[in-house]
Design a protein around this ligand. Sequence first.
Ligand code: HEC
Ligand code: HEC
Length: 292
Amino acid sequence: MTETSERVLLQRPLRTAATVLALIALFAVPLWGQEAATDFKQNCMSCHTVGGGRLTGPDLKNVAQRRDRGWLTTFIQDPKSVIDASDAYAQELVKSSRGVVMPTLPAMTKARVEALLTLIDAESKLEKSQFAGVQISERPFTPRDVEIGQGIFMGTIATKNGGPSCMSCHTVQGIKLFGGGTLAPDLTTVFERYQGRKTLSTWLSAPATPTMQSAFKKQALEGEEILALVAYFQSTLARNPEDVSAERLNFILVGLAGALLVMGLFDVIWNKRLRTVRRALVQERKLETVNE
Ligand code: HEC
Ligand code: HEC
């Protein structure tokens, strides 16, 4: 073995370890000590409701009546191994989920699962759980919906809760003339990537990624707004998409960059504020000196 290849072999695991640590620091650490409700919203609600019907995964209302806690705990911690162990119930679940296997989520400790299951039990008893999902009408889309969706996307129509326009970060094919943001993924084919109306709607009602979450946490989109946006994204599907797979590769990087950018922005705003105050103070001092 040559010296170089030896060094490369040694460096690679180190680099991988560093990357993994950085990712854990960015995403996993803020999760610890988080309330179960926030945890569910951020990590489960993109696929599950409690009492709102199935999405990618089954409706979790009264799941405790279907399986005991031991089984559920093992399953949530490591879905794949339960399915692979030819557990008949789990395989039936996969079949009814059109073959989608629930992902193994990072840092899913026993304590965290316990808290989540207790929460799901409590929410199952309520007439309407906070996790029933935003109620979005299932009426057919109209051309007017598409128009409103485009308006919200471009920021010419304000949302009720005052969220930012999508176009400040995203673009879709055919809107380039006006210039869309390139910070975030191109949304031309997002309707397809998110498997259609219901899952995309739910995703938008509780975005599960860092930048989207921080942008819309306090300015959530309303049911009718989501319906219009989804109608718009269905219409953009027809616009000859670029290579989507390359975009997919960039996805995580863009997410990371977005998170960093938001942090950076706060930093800049904060610094600027300090500087403005400081500048005023300095100018005052200068005037005083001149006057003396
Ligand atoms: C990417 C989608 C996805 C996410 C995110 C997800 N799940 Fe699942 N979940 C599934 C699917 C799909 C199934 C059905 C089994 C299968 O196909 O793997 C499932 C099954 C389950 C089941 C068994 C349901 C039953 O009817 O017996 C439980 C419990 C569960 N998930 C809890 C959770 C919890 C808690 C979280 C968040 C920490 C979560 N899931 C996140 C997709 C997801
Ligand atoms: C502050 C910038 C910003 C704004 C404003 C914004 N997004 Fe995003 N969005 C992102 C970033 C960055 C991502 C990539 C994942 C992440 O980090 O959140 C993303 C991801 C998404 C995704 C998932 C895309 C995929 O390819 O998987 C959808 C859908 C989405 N945004 C829709 C919207 C809609 C609809 C709006 C307007 C109502 C909007 N976004 C406004 C930054 C933004």
